[in-house]
Ligand binder design. Structure first.
Ligand SMILES: C[S@@+](CC[C@H](N)C(=O)[O-])C[C@H]1O[C@@H](n2cnc3c(N)ncnc32)[C@H](O)[C@@H]1O
Length: 302
């Protein structure tokens, strides 16, 4: 497994979205703690539930869904933007016969975990922001799960930041390539609401904010066509409950690793988020985008 970019832990220029520091605050400090919350595959985004699923099988169903959306089985090269602890990279190479799975993350601990657990020449993982990433070769498909929420920190930046993301993905993909994106979003929350939920904004996802569907679609115009869209917000009610229950079950172990304040903060997070998804204030989008290869009306990005 290469890690050519991994030793460089400084973001280059001023960027949109969450910084290395805040991502590391969120994912690295709590790495051992988060393992008590996650299932064995260490996925940390919404699972896809069917009757009879355990949290483990629902997480695998989610991974396979996204691979299918981008026609990823037997592909040569797939990119995972915001690869977390590498569950998808591993699934792509071990079950879907992908020749090369490349992951980007801002968390050193996640890179270490992937190298230790899935070290394998078919997987490359880089400590790198997608804004800086320059691939050696284009990809057949891209998947990004639970990372888009981190890509813009303030309302005014959102459309521009998302546009940049879609431009990058367009340039990373071969003609005909697809991007399967999973992200939380604002649902039944007025756009003009000025104050964010301070608990979530400050304590849980510093320097991040949720997108709105209209902004995602607007930003992708002239670059991607939306091929398929689902809102599976009730899947997140179940996933948040699964994380909450895991934390409850492992509470004593958790208290040996972090303070009671941290345990309570996460209990509160999973409870609050579960209510928000149940009410429809938060939603969960799974969007399949197909690269627009030619701009038939003349002026655009291509
Ligand atoms: C909630 S985790 C999701 C991880 C994984 N996709 C999953 O479903 O388990 C968000 C991931 O996005 C990564 N991330 C956030 N902003 C990023 C950026 N600008 N460039 C690359 N990775 C980013 C984080 O480092 C982390 O790995």
């Amino acid at each position: 497994m290469e890690k050519t970019h991994a030793d460089n832990n400084t973001a280059s220029t001023e960027q949109y979205g969450a910084s290395h520091e805040s991502i590391q605050y969120h994912y690295d400090i709590g790495n051992e703690f988060l393992s008590l919350v996650q299932e064995d595959g260490r996925n940390y985004s919404c699972a896809m539930w069917k009757d009879g699923d355990t949290h483990e099988t629902a997480q695998i169903r989610k991974l396979d869904y996204h691979v299918e959306q981008i026609r990823g089985t037997n592909a040569k090269r797939i990119l995972d933007i915001g690869c977390g602890w590498g569950g998808l990279l591993h699934r792509l190479t071990s079950e879907h016969n992908v020749q090369k799975a490349v992951g980007l993350t801002l968390s050193k601990e996640q890179i270490k975990f992937i190298q230790q657990n899935y070290g394998n020449p078919k997987i490359d993982v880089y400590l790198e922001n997608w804004q800086d990433y320059v691939p050696e070769e284009r990809f057949d498909g891209i998947i990004s799960l639970g990372a888009f929420e981190h890509f813009a920190k303030i309302e005014e930046d959102k459309v521009e930041a998302y546009q940049k993301f879609f431009e990058k993905c367009h340039s990373f993909l071969k003609p005909g390539g697809r991007l399967s994106l999973q992200t939380m979003g604002y649902g039944d929350v007025p756009r003009e609401r000025k104050h964010k939920d301070l608990f979530i904004a400050k304590e849980v996802f510093p320097e991040s904010d949720l997108p709105r569907l209209a902004d995602i679609c607007y930003a992708s115009e002239m670059l991607f066509e939306v091929e398929y869209l689902r809102n599976d917000r009730l899947d997140y009610v179940k996933t948040m409950r699964a994380w909450f229950e895991n934390l409850r079950r492992n509470r004593d172990k958790a208290l040996k690793i972090v303070s009671q304040e941290v345990v309570e903060r996460y209990e509160r997070l999973y409870r609050t988020m579960s209510f928000s998804f149940d009410l429809g204030a938060f939603v969960l989008y799974r969007i399949t985008f197909k690269r627009i290869d030619q701009n038939r009306i003349g002026d655009g990005h291509h």
